[in-house]
Ligand binder design. Structure first.
Ligand code: URA
Length: 432
């Protein structure tokens, strides 16, 4: 195989064969293809695309470039869930215990936040003493006992994706549908579950900003899942507005507990019911209507809340903060952001709001910077709410008084107002 020939073939819009793609992936992981040639290939794929067979083969080869987790030591159907990321997205902490309460197992590896988006591992680590690194045996034991476990990425999963992602990041080739789909799905295939639910976020706080792009990405990922023999569904959910009211690590755990106790924000609760229903459906627990009712019941009868407590306690976390969320350490400063005008909030730049929370201390600007678990924002008003000048728009939680003025200015800039009440948008925009 000559990489030069493959680059030219793709550059000219031709289809790469299975053998060519598999050899390219293995030779790249072995270090036999230099980054400059792979960069040229990525750019050729960016412009010429890949058909569904090429995208599937690329994904499968990337998944098999490292370990494939063998989950056979876990009893029952195993389901994985992936969110493409957003602001205030604490759904994993809510839907995993809901489906676990019906015997559907979730053995999940999650990531940390970066930039404007949060990460489930950071949220879990806001719980004092919570362990997010477990041996494989400990991980499987927690899943068998609590029905679910969430840990950080471990093992040698899809090493080809690690190398390719780093290259895409610096060669302006991230936003290509076959490259995004293969990157996400290679990790999901390697993680070993039987079924996969994809939560593809769309809107100003998501990396896919348009519905059309989100639909195209969802179709590509569902196709890969099905070709790999995994039952796969994608829901396209709204990320034009932050999800729920709380942004920031411990604040999001508090809100997740509120939902599991039946007193959570309606948008977040509704999205979680829909996501859980689809996970139960994929695990063949019934039709969607039945599964929706099961999700509602698991909140009503508090069984999902009990599963969350069980998982936190098995991973060494201090469950006193789950039993009484007032026990979370509070930030020293709680600052009220007041509206400078009257009217309906008609738009929120959700990416900017996510960055505001990061700058208050909740996120990290580089991979290794420390985060303040108590920092973040509680939204008092969202799109569709009427506000009078002087009303509280949001509360900032922070331990850094120096950042407040600039973050407040950015927060206000992220909002648009109108005289008319904006049309209410759907939370789940499509199901693929
Ligand atoms: N997330 C991933 O894991 N890969 C991408 O390419 C984009 C988002």
């Amino acid at each position: 195989m000559y990489m030069y020939d493959l680059i030219m073939k793709k550059r000219d819009g031709n289809v790469l064969s299975e053998k060519e793609i598999r050899e390219m992936v293995s030779e790249y992981v072995e270090g036999n293809i230099p980054d400059y040639q792979m960069s040229a290939m990525l750019m050729a794929i960016y412009f010429k695309g890949m058909n569904s067979q090429e995208t599937f083969v690329l994904t499968d080869a990337m998944a098999h470039s490292g370990d494939i987790v063998d989950l056979s030591a876990i009893q029952g159907i195993k389901i994985d869930k992936h969110s493409t990321g957003g602001v205030g997205d604490k759904t994993t902490l809510i839907i995993s215990p809901i489906v676990a309460s019906y015997g559907v197992k979730v053995a999940k590896m999650s990531g940390r936040g970066l930039g404007h988006t949060g990460g489930t591992i950071d949220k879990l680590e806001a719980i004092p003493n919570m362990k997010t690194t477990l041996t494989q045996k400990e991980f499987f034991d927690v899943v068998n006992k609590a029905g679910f476990s969430v840990i950080g990425q471990s093992g040698n999963l899809a090493p080809c994706d690690k190398k390719l992602y780093a290259l895409r990041d610096v060669t302006a080739t991230v936003d290509s549908i076959p490259l995004i789909a293969s990157s996400i799905m290679s990790k999901k295939l390697a993680a070993g579950s039987d079924c996969i639910l994809l939560d593809v976020k769309t809107g100003s706080g998501a990396f896919m900003k348009t519905l059309d792009g989100s639909i195209e990405l969802s179709k590509a990922m569902v196709d890969i899942g099905e070709r790999s023999g995994k039952r796969t569904v994608a829901l396209i959910t709204d990320m034009d507005i932050p999800l729920g009211n709380n942004i920031g690590n411990s604040l999001e755990v508090i809100e997740a507990v509120d939902v599991l106790l039946g007193k959570g924000a309606k948008d977040l609760t509704d999205v979680c019911i829909e996501l859980s229903a689809n996970m139960l459906y994929l695990a063949q627990k019934g039709d969607l209507d039945k599964c929706r009712q099961m999700a509602i019941d698991a909140i009503k009868n508090k069984s999902a809340y009990e599963y969350l407590k069980k998982m936190v306690s098995l991973q060494g976390g201090d469950i006193s903060v789950i039993e009484n969320t007032d026990n979370f350490e509070k930030s020293k400063i709680i600052y009220e952001v007041k509206s400078t005008e009257s009217g309906y909030i008609s738009k929120m730049n959700t990416q900017q709001i996510g960055l505001c929370s990061s700058h208050l201390g909740a996120g990290r600007m580089t991979k290794d910077s420390p985060i303040d678990y108590s920092a973040g924002i509680i939204l008092s008003k969202k799109v569709g709410d009427y506000v009078n000048k002087g009303d509280v728009l949001a509360k900032f939680y922070t331990n850094d008084e120096n950042c407040i003025n600039s973050v407040e200015q950015n927060y206000i800039k992220a909002l648009q107002f109108s005289e008319d009440k904006p049309k209410e948008e759907k939370l789940v925009l499509a199901r693929i």
